[in-house]
Design a protein around this ligand. Structure first.
Ligand code: PLP
Length: 224
């Protein structure tokens, strides 16, 4: 173990307010690193590739809550549907339907977040604010009994400019308030704002984040 996972985890947790939870992003890191964090009490981990995740679930404790955070192809949903705790990266009605279908086969309700694209960078996945509004206004999601939309997820641009990052997170935060009022006013479960990564989670926490997704700061640089 050439990285002080336990110490890093403690440092991150010490800066989190009671209103926010940590998703430890373990992609590209081996099971032994995850077990270090697990030993400190961390239970929520995030992965972005189906095959890597499936391999890890086989060798790690059952009480880990796995979050899927990567781009999810519809043909991969069936592999994670039996056990996934939350899919944070839903960016189309088609994917939502597919998750519903496989959740139903396993007699589960899968929690999901809608992934929002607010960053200026072109390459990111996710729904634009207008696409997000449309998906929710359309209302078909209300007929899907095996998925539960719990909030929004987003990534800010990967830049040094704190004001730009802040303005992107605040855009996501305002959209959360808007759709909460319009579609989820009585839905207590619609409460999650997943934003903030290693380099910007402190800013995200100032912009109403309830869930930060931190990888590098805990586990060190990824070896691809
Ligand atoms: C990899 C990843 C993270 C974690 O990034 P770090 O910079 O390592 O903290 C968070 N969110 C998503 C969607 C990711 O793909």
């Amino acid at each position: 173990m050439d990285y002080d996972v336990k110490g890093n985890l403690r440092d991150v947790l010490a800066t989190l307010p009671g209103t926010a939870r940590l998703v430890a992003i373990s992609k590209y890191h081996p099971a032994e690193y995850i077990m270090e964090a697990y030993g400190e009490g961390q239970r929520i981990f995030g992965e972005s590739h189906e095959r890597e995740l499936t391999a890890k679930t086989g060798e790690l404790p059952d009480d880990i809550e796995w979050h899927f955070i990567g781009h999810l192809q519809t043909n991969k949903v069936k592999y994670i549907a039996p056990y996934i705790s939350m899919i944070e990266s839903v960016d189309s009605m088609r994917l939502l339907r597919e998750i519903n279908k496989h959740a139903s086969r396993h007699d589960r309700v899968i929690d999901v977040l809608l992934e929002l694209r607010v960053a200026e960078e072109e390459t990111k996945f996710g729904l634009t604010p207008d696409e997000c509004r449309q998906l929710l206004d359309d209302g078909e999601w209300r007929t899907l009994d095996h998925v539960r939309i719990c909030g929004l997820m987003t990534m800010a641009s990967y830049v040094d400019d704190e004001e730009q990052i802040r303005s992107e997170f605040m855009e996501a935060s305002r959209l959360f308030d808007e759709v909460k009022a319009r579609h989820f006013a009585d839905a207590g479960w619609f409460c999650e704002r997943s934003w903030g990564m290693s380099h910007d989670y402190r800013i995200a926490l100032e912009c109403n984040s309830t869930m930060v997704r931190v990888g590098t700061k805990i586990f060190g640089p990824r070896v691809y």
